[in-house]
Design a protein. Sequence first.
Length: 281
Amino acid sequence: MSNLPANVQDLDVNQLAALMAGPSQEQAKSEQTNNLFPLLRINHQEEDDDGNELKKGLFFIQGEDIPVVYAKEVNFRALGDFMQYLHYDSEQQGVVNRTVITMTGDYKAESIDEKGTQRCGRPVGKDFHALPDAEKKRYTGITCFRYLYGIVSYTGTTATGEEVEVPPTPCLFRVKGASFLNFTKEVIDPCNSQGIPFTNVNSTLFIERKKNGGVTYFTSHFTPDFKDTVELSLEDGEVMKHIVTLTQGVNAEVRRKYDESIRATVTDSKEAELVDIVAEG
């Protein structure tokens, strides 16, 4: 991400806050990548590995040495807002392409990917959504994820019913599809109208169950608490530095593979031209 500084350690909390908040309102007008952070997820399973019955549509944190605790709603405060395209191949059962991670709302950023294209080959949003359904199937498996890094805490229960208090924990909450814009509409826009950085606002994060024909799905929503805003702490600053460092590492690797793909394409093109010249001669 070209708009990230080279030395994150030199930034203070206020500089990090401005960076993690992404483009200003005026500027906005004119599973494989970040799993080093615990993931805040929505449960879609009917039972766990031990056969305990689970309820779908509950939050839980997935991470190393973190107990699995479920809750209907959680307290969440975002510290960073990014996006990335991933291409998941169901046959290979893995991610086969990915773009650089960019700040959500940075419309000037190029979403270059590891194979030398943009957005893993998918058309830009408005063009993609205007395509006929049959044409959209060409891009099955290519998804734009929104990465909300932040601090989560809640009271929940384990699969066996034990009540557990989950302390403030840094995490990554990934959203897509019908949930993609909800953070903008429910948190960022109200924050902008009140002149408050979203990094200073706690929200209740909850799930809405929806049904489309025979398909049940869940969307995430935010209820911000503007009556009890917080100031960024030194601990928040350390989390922000870690987020930026992770993002820089991912983007450096994607750019390296992008450059390799471009060079390979140019080489193949020149070789094809040479074959044509020899054949004509």
